[in-house]
Write a protein that binds this ligand. Structure first.
Ligand code: ZN
Ligand code: ZN
Length: 295
């Protein structure tokens, strides 16, 4: 198992444990907000399983069928995760509607609050771990899972605060109000996640800063060449794809030109990690004289 797979498997275990705890807390209180919170945990279990499958598939090496590798499987999982988050938010809003119509009041007991807090603490700790691992391994699926858990932790804290306030003040609508606010927060987080994942699937360009870094690395290491242009780059999970045209003096030997491309490739890999690079060599005279000029 790769490190990402182990982490994704850990997420499934954590989601199951948290679901059990939140289910108990809801059972004991009958609170709408806690129901919404527990239901969100069912989504977590499904999302964690999808992330695990995606991370395992994405780790497969390139093969004849998928010569560019399987990295994008992770974006599918992240889009699915965003969709599940959105669905959970709508279910919660529906529960809020019912609670308001029927003026349901939950009761909060200390044991229930303790169980719900324990579940939230587990989620918060695992969320931190997922963010760290996801960034380190540049895994869209793990980062999506982390984002999801963060939304859950905020939700759970809001829900508990709402129930506690409702119990302390006797104002019944504080419970559904907090549930509604958390649903809005979940909606926003799901929408953001989907937008980013779809960006990955659509081969969105790297940030201007990342592109500038790629240009700088090329211009630092392409000594002997005249110009580099038509630089294009995209990310697929851990891998960065880079392609560009390299203009060299027309009389330069193929061997010498190839040496430059090898040097640039090595430098890009040293700085960016896993990179798949294609360089098209052109003789001077075909040069567009745009893009980065390297001397
Ligand atoms: Zn394949
Ligand atoms: Zn060109």
């Amino acid at each position: 198992m790769t490190r990402a797979t182990t982490t994704a498997a850990g997420s499934v275990a954590v989601a199951l444990a948290v679901l059990a705890l939140k289910g108990v807390a809801w059972w004991w209180t009958g609170s709408v907000a806690l129901f919404a919170d527990a239901l969100e945990s069912v989504v977590n279990v499904a999302a964690a399983i999808a992330a695990l499958a995606a991370v395992r598939y994405a780790a497969l090496p390139a093969d004849a069928n998928h010569p560019y590798g399987h990295h994008k499987a992770e974006y599918f999982s992240a889009v699915l995760e965003g969709a599940l988050i959105l669905a959970a938010a709508f279910v919660i809003l529906n529960e809020v509607w019912v609670a308001v119509a029927e003026r349901q009041v939950g009761t909060l007991t200390w044991p229930a609050a303790a169980v719900a807090l324990a579940a939230t603490a587990i989620n918060a700790l695992w969320c931190r771990h997922l963010f760290a691992e996801g960034r380190r391994l540049r895994s869209p699926a793990l980062l999506a899972d982390a984002r999801h858990l963060l939304a859950d932790v905020v939700t759970s804290l809001g829900v508990l605060a709402g129930i506690a306030l409702a119990a302390a003040t006797g104002i019944w609508w504080l419970d559904p109000l907090m549930a509604g606010l958390t649903a809005v927060n979940i909606l926003a987080s799901g929408a953001r996640l989907m937008r980013e994942s779809v960006g990955g699937l659509m081969d969105e360009a790297p940030s201007p800063a990342a592109l500038a870094e790629i240009r700088a690395i090329i211009s630092r290491h392409a000594e002997g060449a005249i110009e580099a242009h038509d630089i294009r780059s995209r990310h697929a999970g851990r891998s960065t794809f880079i392609e560009f045209h390299l203009v060299v003096p027309a009389a330069m030997t193929v061997e010498a030109a190839h040496e430059i491309t090898d040097r640039v490739e090595a430098a890009l890999r040293a700085e960016l990690g896993e990179a798949i690079i294609t360089i098209h060599v052109e003789p001077e005279g075909k040069a567009k004289h745009s893009g980065v000029v390297v001397l």
